[in-house]
Ligand binder design. Structure first.
Ligand code: ATP
Length: 297
């Protein structure tokens, strides 16, 4: 049986102009899950709850099967790395190495070799104060420091923001390495389809503070198809999961279904063979999902 590393259980968090939740979601061990959704939908709020930077108004967050409403104990906290979207200003005037020393003392699994190696690969100049780093360099430092913790749970809020393409590729490889070699579980919020394609095993879609569910990426791709058949309006009206349809010519219909297995079974029953079937790209499939068209499994 798979282990649950993180769980949001009936979570409600009230924000100025919106309410996140109720949300119930679980992350299984050793997978990468991408949080997707429009700006302001609640992705960072969910991640901050997972980092216990904020507390829910209702419900509870569980880490490794337990809730800690009065604060994460040191051994649990030291298994969790968090790279925020915006960095804390209290550390601005400190030198990188001093911040690293501080974190090394705090996190029991801190790996100096990994930290140095990552800074070298990211080409971040050593010894600088954090506020003297460029935005991308600062993010590289934070990613290196997060990975140096050798976390069991890695929380990344839009990690690629401001990274150059070389650093972006290094980051993606290193995150996968962290999952494959260290058995880490990763949650990252992103707007970048390529990042989801390359890294994510699962997707969570957040829309206006609500979860539209958690789907395996491959399941999403398997479900959605664009199909062309000889015109049969009666059959088309019965097919499941139709989200888009058009008459291409007098005798040719085209439709998109979110339940291709169900649609194919009905077509077979009716003795209709599709003329053409197209698998959608991830960004197209995600767009249908975002439009509220697919429920989670
Ligand atoms: N500290 C806060 N206090 C009050 N409201 C907040 C706070 N932080 C965020 N919000 C509000 O909560 C909502 C969700 O914000 P959140 O940052 O979680 O969205 P997001 O999905 O991460 O957005 P983006 O993709 O733009 O980063 C927004 O309406 C935002 O204005």
């Amino acid at each position: 049986m798979e282990n649950t590393v993180l769980e949001w259980k009936d979570i409600v968090k009230k924000r100025d102009r919106m309410v996140l939740g109720p949300v119930s979601l679980k992350l299984q061990e050793n997978y990468v899950t991408a949080l997707i959704g429009r700006n302001g939908s609640g992705k960072s709020t969910l991640i901050k709850l997972a980092a216990q930077l904020i507390h829910p108004d209702e419900g509870e967050v569980m880490w490794f099967g337990q809730s800690y409403p009065h604060g994460l104990p040191a051994e649990v906290r030291s298994a969790i790395a968090y790279v925020p979207e915006n960095f804390v200003s209290e550390e601005d005037g400190l030198k990188m190495d001093d911040v690293a020393e501080f974190r090394a003392a705090w996190y029991s699994n801190w790996d100096w070799q990994r930290y140095e190696e990552l800074l070298h690969r990211f080409e971040v100049p050593g010894g600088k104060k954090l506020n003297k780093l460029s935005k991308g360099q600062r993010r590289k430092f934070e990613i290196a420091a997060a990975l140096a913790i050798r976390p069991k749970l890695l929380l990344l809020d839009e990690p690629s923001s401001g990274l150059d393409p070389f650093a972006w590729k290094t980051m993606m490889n290193e995150i996968r390495r962290c999952v494959e070699e260290d058995g880490a579980t990763v949650l990252l919020s992103t707007h970048i389809v390529e990042e989801i394609k390359r890294m994510a095993d699962y997707l969570i879609l957040i829309d206006k503070g609500r979860s539209l569910g958690l789907l395996e990426k491959d399941t999403l791709l398997d479900r959605v198809r664009e199909v062309w058949i000889a015109r049969d309006d009666e059959l088309l009206a019965e097919l499941p999961g139709i989200v888009d349809s058009a008459l291409e010519s007098e005798n040719l219909s085209r439709f998109v279904t979110l339940d291709y297995v169900g649609a194919a079974a009905l077509m077979e029953e009716a003795g209709i063979k599709p003329i053409r079937v197209r698998t959608l790209d991830l960004d197209e499939a995600m767009e249908y999902w975002m439009n509220g068209s697919i429920s989670s499994v």
